[in-house]
Ligand binder design. Structure first.
Ligand code: B12
Length: 214
Protein backbone atom coordinates (compact mmCIF):
# COMPACT_ATOMS: atom_id res chain seq x y z
CA UNK A 1 0.00 0.00 0.00
CA UNK A 2 1.13 3.52 -0.79
CA UNK A 3 2.40 5.75 2.04
CA UNK A 4 -0.61 8.04 2.33
CA UNK A 5 1.03 10.68 4.55
CA UNK A 6 3.95 10.99 2.13
CA UNK A 7 1.52 11.33 -0.79
CA UNK A 8 -0.39 14.10 1.03
CA UNK A 9 2.86 15.90 1.81
CA UNK A 10 4.19 15.57 -1.75
CA UNK A 11 1.01 17.07 -3.19
CA UNK A 12 0.97 19.82 -0.55
CA UNK A 13 4.55 20.65 -1.57
CA UNK A 14 3.55 20.56 -5.28
CA UNK A 15 6.15 17.86 -5.92
CA UNK A 16 4.62 16.67 -9.19
CA UNK A 17 7.37 14.16 -9.97
CA UNK A 18 7.04 12.44 -6.61
CA UNK A 19 3.22 12.37 -6.67
CA UNK A 20 3.07 10.82 -10.13
CA UNK A 21 5.92 8.40 -9.42
CA UNK A 22 4.24 7.20 -6.22
CA UNK A 23 0.87 6.75 -7.92
CA UNK A 24 2.28 4.96 -10.96
CA UNK A 25 4.09 2.53 -8.67
CA UNK A 26 0.90 2.10 -6.62
CA UNK A 27 -1.22 1.44 -9.74
CA UNK A 28 1.28 -1.13 -11.02
CA UNK A 29 0.69 -3.16 -7.84
CA UNK A 30 -2.97 -3.90 -8.75
CA UNK A 31 -4.55 -2.09 -5.80
CA UNK A 32 -8.19 -2.56 -4.83
CA UNK A 33 -10.84 0.10 -5.34
CA UNK A 34 -10.87 0.74 -1.58
CA UNK A 35 -7.11 1.34 -1.61
CA UNK A 36 -7.48 3.71 -4.56
CA UNK A 37 -10.17 5.59 -2.61
CA UNK A 38 -7.70 6.01 0.25
CA UNK A 39 -5.17 7.43 -2.20
CA UNK A 40 -7.78 9.92 -3.43
CA UNK A 41 -8.51 10.95 0.16
CA UNK A 42 -4.77 11.50 0.69
CA UNK A 43 -4.67 13.69 -2.45
CA UNK A 44 -7.71 15.62 -1.20
CA UNK A 45 -5.84 16.32 2.06
CA UNK A 46 -2.82 17.44 0.01
CA UNK A 47 -5.06 19.90 -1.84
CA UNK A 48 -6.34 21.22 1.49
CA UNK A 49 -2.69 21.94 2.40
CA UNK A 50 -2.30 23.79 -0.93
CA UNK A 51 -5.42 25.81 -0.04
CA UNK A 52 -4.01 26.68 3.41
CA UNK A 53 -0.71 27.79 1.85
CA UNK A 54 -2.71 29.97 -0.55
CA UNK A 55 -4.61 31.53 2.35
CA UNK A 56 -1.38 32.37 4.21
CA UNK A 57 0.07 33.95 1.06
CA UNK A 58 2.83 31.34 0.66
CA UNK A 59 1.23 30.09 -2.57
CA UNK A 60 -0.27 32.16 -5.39
CA UNK A 61 -3.09 31.57 -7.89
CA UNK A 62 -0.51 30.06 -10.25
CA UNK A 63 0.22 27.46 -7.58
CA UNK A 64 -3.49 26.64 -7.26
CA UNK A 65 -3.60 26.16 -11.03
CA UNK A 66 -0.53 23.95 -10.99
CA UNK A 67 -1.96 21.92 -8.08
CA UNK A 68 -5.13 21.42 -10.12
CA UNK A 69 -3.09 20.14 -13.07
CA UNK A 70 -1.08 17.75 -10.88
CA UNK A 71 -4.24 16.41 -9.26
CA UNK A 72 -5.90 15.90 -12.65
CA UNK A 73 -2.86 13.87 -13.78
CA UNK A 74 -2.99 11.93 -10.51
CA UNK A 75 -6.67 11.11 -10.97
CA UNK A 76 -6.00 9.90 -14.54
CA UNK A 77 -3.69 7.26 -13.06
CA UNK A 78 -6.31 6.21 -10.49
CA UNK A 79 -9.34 6.34 -12.80
CA UNK A 80 -8.94 2.85 -14.31
CA UNK A 81 -8.99 1.47 -10.75
CA UNK A 82 -11.93 3.47 -9.40
CA UNK A 83 -14.01 3.72 -12.50
CA UNK A 84 -14.32 1.22 -15.27
CA UNK A 85 -17.78 1.80 -16.71
CA UNK A 86 -20.37 -0.69 -15.50
CA UNK A 87 -22.55 -2.16 -18.24
CA UNK A 88 -25.63 -2.56 -16.02
CA UNK A 89 -27.42 0.81 -15.72
CA UNK A 90 -28.96 1.50 -12.32
CA UNK A 91 -30.16 5.09 -12.64
CA UNK A 92 -29.48 8.60 -13.90
CA UNK A 93 -27.69 11.53 -12.30
CA UNK A 94 -27.63 15.10 -13.59
CA UNK A 95 -24.39 16.61 -12.30
CA UNK A 96 -22.63 19.95 -12.48
CA UNK A 97 -20.58 22.58 -10.68
CA UNK A 98 -22.99 25.33 -9.70
CA UNK A 99 -22.91 28.82 -11.18
CA UNK A 100 -19.91 31.02 -10.41
CA UNK A 101 -17.76 28.09 -9.33
CA UNK A 102 -15.14 26.75 -11.76
CA UNK A 103 -13.71 23.91 -9.66
CA UNK A 104 -14.34 20.53 -11.21
CA UNK A 105 -11.81 17.94 -10.10
CA UNK A 106 -13.94 16.63 -7.22
CA UNK A 107 -17.02 16.61 -9.45
CA UNK A 108 -15.13 14.58 -12.03
CA UNK A 109 -14.07 12.07 -9.37
CA UNK A 110 -17.70 11.65 -8.27
CA UNK A 111 -18.71 11.22 -11.92
CA UNK A 112 -16.16 8.42 -12.49
CA UNK A 113 -17.21 6.62 -9.33
CA UNK A 114 -20.92 6.95 -10.09
CA UNK A 115 -20.41 5.65 -13.64
CA UNK A 116 -18.42 2.73 -12.31
CA UNK A 117 -21.40 1.87 -10.11
CA UNK A 118 -23.74 1.84 -13.09
CA UNK A 119 -25.17 5.37 -13.13
CA UNK A 120 -25.66 7.25 -16.37
CA UNK A 121 -24.21 10.64 -15.56
CA UNK A 122 -25.18 13.78 -17.47
CA UNK A 123 -22.33 16.14 -16.67
CA UNK A 124 -23.24 19.76 -17.36
CA UNK A 125 -19.72 21.04 -16.61
CA UNK A 126 -18.75 24.07 -14.55
CA UNK A 127 -20.42 27.40 -13.76
CA UNK A 128 -23.75 25.83 -14.66
CA UNK A 129 -26.76 28.21 -14.67
CA UNK A 130 -29.90 27.19 -12.81
CA UNK A 131 -31.83 27.01 -16.09
CA UNK A 132 -29.46 24.35 -17.49
CA UNK A 133 -30.06 22.11 -14.48
CA UNK A 134 -33.82 22.58 -14.79
CA UNK A 135 -33.82 21.88 -18.56
CA UNK A 136 -31.68 18.74 -18.21
CA UNK A 137 -33.83 17.37 -15.40
CA UNK A 138 -36.98 17.92 -17.46
CA UNK A 139 -35.30 16.26 -20.45
CA UNK A 140 -33.72 13.12 -18.94
CA UNK A 141 -35.81 12.68 -15.77
CA UNK A 142 -32.98 11.55 -13.46
CA UNK A 143 -33.53 10.09 -10.00
CA UNK A 144 -30.68 12.23 -8.63
CA UNK A 145 -29.19 15.70 -9.08
CA UNK A 146 -25.59 16.26 -7.91
CA UNK A 147 -24.43 19.80 -7.25
CA UNK A 148 -20.72 20.41 -6.79
CA UNK A 149 -19.06 23.50 -5.34
CA UNK A 150 -16.03 24.45 -3.27
CA UNK A 151 -16.32 28.22 -2.94
CA UNK A 152 -18.29 29.67 -0.04
CA UNK A 153 -20.38 31.56 -2.59
CA UNK A 154 -21.32 28.20 -4.13
CA UNK A 155 -23.67 27.69 -1.17
CA UNK A 156 -25.91 30.48 -2.51
CA UNK A 157 -25.64 29.03 -6.02
CA UNK A 158 -26.67 25.61 -4.73
CA UNK A 159 -29.66 27.13 -2.96
CA UNK A 160 -30.60 29.04 -6.16
CA UNK A 161 -30.40 25.81 -8.11
CA UNK A 162 -32.60 23.87 -5.72
CA UNK A 163 -35.05 26.79 -5.61
CA UNK A 164 -35.04 26.68 -9.41
CA UNK A 165 -36.07 23.02 -9.32
CA UNK A 166 -38.83 23.96 -6.87
CA UNK A 167 -40.07 26.80 -9.09
CA UNK A 168 -40.19 24.40 -12.03
CA UNK A 169 -42.29 21.99 -9.92
CA UNK A 170 -39.72 19.17 -10.16
CA UNK A 171 -37.92 19.36 -6.81
CA UNK A 172 -39.81 16.41 -5.35
CA UNK A 173 -39.14 14.24 -8.42
CA UNK A 174 -35.43 13.99 -7.59
CA UNK A 175 -33.04 13.50 -4.69
CA UNK A 176 -30.42 16.24 -4.49
CA UNK A 177 -26.94 15.71 -3.12
CA UNK A 178 -24.47 18.54 -2.74
CA UNK A 179 -20.73 17.87 -2.66
CA UNK A 180 -17.38 19.63 -2.49
CA UNK A 181 -15.42 21.56 0.10
CA UNK A 182 -18.36 23.89 0.86
CA UNK A 183 -20.74 21.00 1.60
CA UNK A 184 -21.66 20.24 5.20
CA UNK A 185 -24.71 19.32 7.26
CA UNK A 186 -25.48 23.03 7.73
CA UNK A 187 -25.09 23.71 4.02
CA UNK A 188 -27.45 20.86 3.27
CA UNK A 189 -30.07 22.41 5.57
CA UNK A 190 -29.61 25.93 4.18
CA UNK A 191 -29.79 24.84 0.53
CA UNK A 192 -32.62 22.34 1.01
CA UNK A 193 -30.63 19.37 -0.32
CA UNK A 194 -31.26 15.76 0.73
CA UNK A 195 -27.62 14.79 1.37
CA UNK A 196 -24.15 16.27 1.47
CA UNK A 197 -20.70 14.92 0.82
CA UNK A 198 -16.99 15.53 1.12
CA UNK A 199 -16.38 11.96 0.03
CA UNK A 200 -17.48 10.83 -3.40
CA UNK A 201 -17.12 7.09 -2.71
CA UNK A 202 -19.46 7.22 0.30
CA UNK A 203 -22.06 9.25 -1.57
CA UNK A 204 -22.18 6.83 -4.49
CA UNK A 205 -23.43 4.26 -1.95
CA UNK A 206 -26.10 6.73 -0.75
CA UNK A 207 -27.16 7.18 -4.39
CA UNK A 208 -27.36 3.40 -4.87
CA UNK A 209 -29.60 3.17 -1.78
CA UNK A 210 -31.82 5.89 -3.24
CA UNK A 211 -32.36 4.15 -6.57
CA UNK A 212 -32.91 0.81 -4.85
CA UNK A 213 -35.54 2.48 -2.67
CA UNK A 214 -33.70 1.72 0.61
C1 B12 B 1 -7.20 23.40 -7.34
C2 B12 B 1 -7.90 24.64 -6.82
C3 B12 B 1 -8.24 25.63 -7.77
C4 B12 B 1 -8.10 25.42 -9.28
C5 B12 B 1 -9.28 24.52 -9.73
C6 B12 B 1 -8.92 23.63 -10.91
C7 B12 B 1 -10.08 22.72 -11.26
N1 B12 B 1 -10.09 22.32 -12.50
O1 B12 B 1 -10.94 22.39 -10.46
C8 B12 B 1 -8.20 26.89 -9.82
C9 B12 B 1 -6.81 27.44 -10.03
C10 B12 B 1 -9.00 27.07 -11.12
C11 B12 B 1 -8.84 27.60 -8.64
C12 B12 B 1 -9.40 28.86 -8.76
C13 B12 B 1 -9.85 29.59 -7.67
N2 B12 B 1 -9.83 29.24 -6.38
CO1 B12 B 1 -9.44 27.42 -5.79
N3 B12 B 1 -8.76 25.90 -4.98
C14 B12 B 1 -8.21 24.81 -5.45
C15 B12 B 1 -7.88 23.84 -4.28
C16 B12 B 1 -6.39 23.99 -3.94
C17 B12 B 1 -8.18 22.38 -4.51
C18 B12 B 1 -9.63 22.04 -4.95
C19 B12 B 1 -9.65 20.56 -5.25
O2 B12 B 1 -9.56 20.14 -6.41
N4 B12 B 1 -9.69 19.74 -4.18
C20 B12 B 1 -9.57 18.26 -4.31
C21 B12 B 1 -10.91 17.61 -4.61
C22 B12 B 1 -10.71 16.12 -4.88
O3 B12 B 1 -11.71 17.78 -3.45
P1 B12 B 1 -13.26 18.21 -3.51
O4 B12 B 1 -13.48 19.22 -4.56
O5 B12 B 1 -13.66 18.52 -2.13
O6 B12 B 1 -13.99 16.86 -4.03
C23 B12 B 1 -14.16 15.69 -3.24
C24 B12 B 1 -15.47 15.71 -2.42
O7 B12 B 1 -15.80 16.95 -1.90
C25 B12 B 1 -16.48 15.12 -3.36
N5 B12 B 1 -17.27 15.96 -4.28
C26 B12 B 1 -16.92 17.04 -4.98
N6 B12 B 1 -17.93 17.46 -5.73
C27 B12 B 1 -18.96 16.62 -5.53
C28 B12 B 1 -20.24 16.62 -6.04
C29 B12 B 1 -21.14 15.64 -5.62
C30 B12 B 1 -22.51 15.64 -6.16
C31 B12 B 1 -20.72 14.67 -4.67
C32 B12 B 1 -21.66 13.65 -4.21
C33 B12 B 1 -19.43 14.67 -4.17
C34 B12 B 1 -18.55 15.64 -4.60
O8 B12 B 1 -15.75 14.22 -4.18
C35 B12 B 1 -14.35 14.54 -4.20
C36 B12 B 1 -13.59 13.28 -3.85
O9 B12 B 1 -14.03 12.72 -2.65
C37 B12 B 1 -8.80 24.41 -3.13
C38 B12 B 1 -8.39 24.08 -1.70
C39 B12 B 1 -9.34 23.09 -1.04
N7 B12 B 1 -9.23 22.95 0.24
O10 B12 B 1 -10.18 22.46 -1.66
C40 B12 B 1 -8.83 25.89 -3.49
C41 B12 B 1 -10.00 26.78 -3.06
C42 B12 B 1 -11.32 26.05 -3.21
N8 B12 B 1 -9.95 27.89 -4.02
C43 B12 B 1 -10.17 29.03 -3.48
C44 B12 B 1 -10.15 30.27 -4.17
C45 B12 B 1 -10.24 31.52 -3.31
C46 B12 B 1 -10.04 30.33 -5.57
C47 B12 B 1 -10.09 31.58 -6.45
C48 B12 B 1 -11.10 32.66 -6.03
C49 B12 B 1 -8.65 32.15 -6.51
C50 B12 B 1 -8.50 33.44 -7.26
N9 B12 B 1 -8.16 34.49 -6.54
O11 B12 B 1 -8.68 33.50 -8.46
C51 B12 B 1 -10.44 30.98 -7.84
C52 B12 B 1 -11.97 30.89 -8.02
C53 B12 B 1 -12.38 30.49 -9.39
C54 B12 B 1 -13.87 30.17 -9.42
N10 B12 B 1 -14.73 31.16 -9.72
O12 B12 B 1 -14.26 29.05 -9.13
C55 B12 B 1 -10.49 28.90 -1.99
C56 B12 B 1 -11.98 29.07 -1.73
C57 B12 B 1 -12.26 29.91 -0.52
C58 B12 B 1 -13.72 29.94 -0.21
N11 B12 B 1 -14.03 29.44 0.96
O13 B12 B 1 -14.53 30.40 -0.97
C59 B12 B 1 -9.89 27.52 -1.65
C60 B12 B 1 -10.60 26.77 -0.50
C61 B12 B 1 -8.40 27.76 -1.28
C62 B12 B 1 -8.25 28.52 0.03
N12 B12 B 1 -8.10 27.80 1.13
O14 B12 B 1 -8.26 29.72 0.05
N13 B12 B 1 -8.76 26.87 -7.51
Amino acid sequence: MIDLATLTRALGELDEEKVLFMLNEFAAGNPTKAEANKAIEACQKGMAVVGEQFETGAYYVGDLMFAGEVLSEAIKILEPIIGSDSSEKVGKIVLGTVHEDLHDIGKNIFKSMAEASGFEVYDLGIDVPVSSFVEKVLEVKPEIVGLSGVLTLAIDSMKDTIDGLKDAGIRDDVKVTIGGACASYDTMVVTGADAWSNNAAETVNVCLDWVRGA
